[in-house]
Ligand binder design. Structure first.
Ligand code: FRU
Length: 460
């Protein structure tokens, strides 16, 4: 994205942020008529979770972006309290958007309608109203976030996040259609019931050569050691999808990101056959959100960098899409040595790559005297520490790598960091807000020093 001449203290230069108001989930990701479309949940008028429209941006190269009027606005009886999350597909050269119309009755009672809007040019959208509007037997009104795709037999599938009435536990429902208008419920995605939180938001199905992946954002998981330390999580099961039923393999639920802010991701397949993921760099936690300093400038939250997702060795790996390297200015600073390093970053938009020719040994990185990254080789433990801007306390997130650490990539902005380990084996995403004016980046070995190469690119 083009950078403003006068940068705000916490400005984001190359991540999608709302021009004003609050952004949450990525929606409707699609490649249509040669252009990538990114929509997002957008409260245009305030930095609270009210009155969601679909913000709309397009790009051909993920570097230069066009901004359009909101594609969907909450102004009809079936979506008056929010055009909630959903997805996009292309059918007969038209762009179909599916989303949840959120409606509150006078008594506060929730109604959810799964709605359709169609466009022939990718800019103007005609709402067609609900395609699914009846309460579902055995489920509460928490049913939302339609993700639609075409099966190999040409039929269409829709997956919806839901909540079971009897147990008040999360579930995912599957629907089938031949024309994208008439939908038939085929049942729950999973035959074996799973007790994993009270609501599953933003379900998604990713398809790879030998594996299918069911990704979703469960609410209500209790923290368990290093796991599930944010208020809500996003993660996945691996297995096989057949005829609307997902059969898990023996792998546990895995979190997609180990940072402090990451939620409600969505993927799509582009014309080049890539699976690309965007996540919301935020989590719905009103007090923490209210304290984010950018609210003073009238905006809140952002999307992650687009990540290419692959299935490798039993898990998903996520790495910034190749186009991200086009954000790099020429002439990076390169330092190959076994020494500790103390670097002054020339700007706060950086892509820093640390490569080891053999396994990394214990180290700590200090970024701007604010973020700490610790690595312990004995158990391949990686920990990120930052200051919570609401409480002013230090807080940390940890995970363990499967492989020895040989590559660490940091996409840095003045108030955000995305960290990719071993080309995306694990990922940490976080915001940070510091008054520190220092642009320091310090790398320090804690015992044995081994050779490493640090390459620092300034990003535009
Ligand atoms: C996830 C979510 C979705 C919903 C949307 C509303 O963050 O709660 O389930 O559709 O946000 O903005």
């Amino acid at each position: 994205m083009e950078q403003n001449n006068k940068m705000e203290q916490y400005e984001l230069a190359y991540h999608i942020r709302p021009p004003h108001g609050l952004l949450n989930d990525p929606n409707g990701l699609v490649h249509y008529k040669g252009v990538y479309h990114v929509f997002y949940q957008w409260n245009q008028t305030d930095t609270t979770h009210q009155s969601k429209s679909w913000g709309h941006m397009t790009t051909k190269d993920f570097i230069r972006w066009e901004t359009y009027q909101p594609a969907l606005k909450p102004i009809d009886w079936y979506d008056k309290d929010g055009c909630y999350s959903g997805s996009a597909v292309v059918f007969e050269e038209k762009l179909y958007l599916f989303y949840t119309g959120n409606v509150r009755g006078e008594d506060g009672e929730r109604k959810s309608y799964q709605c359709l809007a169609i466009s022939e040019d990718g800019i103007h959208f005609e709402k067609k109203g609900p395609v699914l509007e009846h309460p579902i037997k055995g489920y509460t009104a928490h049913v939302r976030d339609p993700k639609v795709w075409q099966g190999i037999d040409g039929n269409w599938w829709m997956i919806l996040g839901a909540q079971k009435e009897e147990t008040l536990t999360g579930d995912a429902l599957m629907y089938q259609s031949t024309n994208l208008i008439d939908w038939t419920l085929t049942g729950s995605l999973l035959d074996e019931p799973l007790s994993l939180g009270y609501m599953w938001e933003c379900p998604d199905i990713l398809k790879f050569t030998d594996k299918d992946v069911f990704s979703f954002s469960p609410q209500g998981l209790k923290a368990a050691g290093e796991k599930y330390n944010n208020i809500y999580q996003s993660g996945y099961f691996t297995g096989k999808l057949h005829d609307g039923k997902f059969v898990k393999d023996d792998q546990p639920f895995k979190e997609l990101d180990h940072g402090f802010e990451f939620y409600a991701p969505q993927t799509f397949n582009d014309h080049a056959g890539r699976t690309i993921l965007y996540g919301w760099v935020g989590v719905m936690e009103p007090e923490v959100e209210a304290a984010v300093p950018t609210r003073k400038n009238g905006w809140l939250h952002a999307l992650s960098i687009p990540r290419e997702v692959k299935y490798e060795n039993g898990k998903l790996i996520q790495y910034p899409i190749a186009e991200t390297t086009h954000l790099r200015e020429p002439n990076p600073v390169v330092s190959k040595s076994i020494q500790d390093e103390s670097i002054m970053l020339t700007s706060l938009q950086q892509d820093i790559l640390i490569e080891w020719s053999s396994a990394a040994t214990d180290f700590v990185i200090h970024l701007r005297n604010e973020i700490e990254i610790h690595y312990r080789a004995v158990n391949k433990k990686i920990t990120v520490i930052r200051t919570n801007w609401l409480t002013n306390n230090k807080e940390e997130r940890t995970t363990f790598l499967t492989n020895d650490l040989i590559e660490l990539r940091l996409l840095i902005e003045s108030s955000m960091v995305e960290m990719f380990l071993n080309k995306g084996e694990e990922v940490f995403t976080l915001r940070y807000f510091t008054n520190e004016t220092s642009h320091s980046f310090n790398f320090k070995y804690l015992n044995k020093k081994v050779e490493k190469t640090i390459t620092g690119y300034t990003l535009r």
